[in-house]
Ligand binder design. Structure first.
Ligand code: NZQ
Ligand code: ZN
Length: 388
């Protein structure tokens, strides 16, 4: 295994009513707060009033930017950065799902830069400074609440680009599972698929790493498979929402990856799907992941699938690894497309085969994704064809 550095300094306030600490937490970072939020769910479910009340109680000044879209746009980042500069904002409060939090992070960086925020992505401008970000998570999915990444879309260029930088790590995140009770069945399912994918991108790996981390990831996958169906049937089930929420954060906060260095495979492909077709991130991953696994299956990789099938789905281990591997992919498909009821194919969500070559070329940057199995453009086109 490789050496690694573990450093996740995000203060997490987990549980119901932890928002009573919001004012004191924000006040640690300054007095002028920019509240960033999405298309209106926080107004519909009463969260907006609670946040405004906490900010007022702490004697802080509230500014706001609503309307952050799913697959957040660079235009919103530009607008938020300009508001920060105009009003000497001290701290960003991002309240929503991954899109809002990602936008909040890049607004925080844009506020400290003289150049256009899109330059962070296209020109790789250094990300050395950002305003402090505090998050209130309302959807268990991306893990943005506990990682230093953010993904931003540019509709004009049909680009959706991800970048990580330590200064983007939230200072604190509020994880109250009751705030996810209002998430729709569809978004709950997509979020579960995203959490699973974050784990699988690391778990399906040819590099040797700690047995302990494999056990951790298997436990996390079992958690999602156990609790997502409960959350779909009983949206206000605290135990289910709490398990999904904490799994969301831990799937991608860097702990599970240990010293593994291999690249992720499905995420760069999915980002092209949502860049061109603006589909939900977790849905794209649900369609891609079992087909990617099927594409990568051979005698060399089969034992890892067998370990997954036995430890996560409880498949009997008295069979050939290849048989267990195939059954485990079938069980994963059953979970995603029957239990979570997500659409099974790209054609079902209106994606055309004509765009496969272009998306595949962009996903691998014209080179090879050095993942579980190296994927060149033709491999990605083949996987997309399997999804169609
Ligand atoms: O915009 P509002 O009105 O808030 O509604 C949202 C949105 O329509 C709604 N929603 C969120 N919380 C809700 C709620 N509706 C009712 N009740 C609530 N409590 O759900 C819809 C989707 O929200 P969004 O934030 O887009 O979803 P998600 O959390 O899945 O974020 C997806 C974005 O994050 C990126 C994705 O690519 C995508 O752009 N990712 C970010 C990552 C990161 N920062 O580390 C990693 C991920 O792999 C991912 O790429
Ligand atoms: Zn994801």
């Amino acid at each position: 295994m490789n050496n690694f550095i573990y450093d996740i300094p995000v203060k997490v306030y987990f549980g119901e009513n932890q928002l009573v600490h919001l004012g004191e937490e924000l006040a640690r970072h300054g007095r002028r707060v920019l509240l960033v939020y999405g298309g209106g769910s926080i107004k519909a479910n009463g969260l907006y009033e609670r946040l405004a009340a906490e900010i007022q109680r702490a004697g802080l000044e509230l500014f706001e930017l609503g309307g952050i879209a799913p697959n957040p746009r660079i235009d919103s980042v530009r607008e938020g950065a300009a508001i920060c500069k105009r009003n000497n904002i001290d701290v960003i409060l991002a309240a929503g799902g991954g899109s809002t939090i990602d936008a909040g992070k890049w607004i925080a960086a844009g506020a400290c830069a003289e150049h256009d925020p899109w330059d962070f992505f296209t020109k790789r401008s250094p990300v050395t400074k950002a305003l402090p970000v505090v998050t209130v998570l309302t959807l268990a999915a991306t893990g943005s609440e506990m990682d230093c990444g953010g993904v931003i879309s540019n509709l004009e260029t049909q680009d959706k680009l991800a970048r990580m930088a330590p200064v983007l790590l939230p200072k604190a995140s509020f994880l109250d599972p009751t705030l996810t009770y209002s998430v729709s069945v569809y978004q709950t399912a997509c979020g579960a698929a995203d959490i699973l994918s974050h784990i699988m991108e690391v778990y399906f790996n040819m590099e040797q790493d700690l047995y302990m981390l494999d056990c951790f990831m298997e436990g996390m996958m079992k958690t999602v498979i156990k609790y997502a169906p409960t959350a779909l049937k009983e949206p206000a089930n605290y135990e289910a929402r709490a398990n999904l929420m904490w799994a969301s954060s831990w799937a991608i906060n860097g702990f599970a990856s240990g010293g593994r260095r291999q690249a992720w495979s499905c995420h760069p492909i999915e980002h092209e799907l949502s860049a061109v077709y603006d589909i939900t991130h977790g849905l794209g991953l649900a369609i891609l992941t079992p087909r990617w696994l099927a594409y990568c299956l051979d005698e060399a990789t089969a034992p890892k699938y067998a370990q997954f099938g036995v430890n996560v789905f409880g498949i009997a281990d008295n069979q050939e690894p290849m048989l267990i591997a195939k059954e485990s992919i079938a069980r994963l498909e059953e979970f995603l497309f029957e239990t979570l009821e997500l659409p099974r194919t790209l054609s079902a969500v209106g994606i055309s085969q004509e765009s496969f070559a272009g998306m595949a070329q962009k996903a691998c940057g014209g080179r090879v994704i050095p993942g579980f199995k190296p994927l060149a453009q033709q491999d990605i086109e083949n996987i997309l064809a399997m999804c169609w």
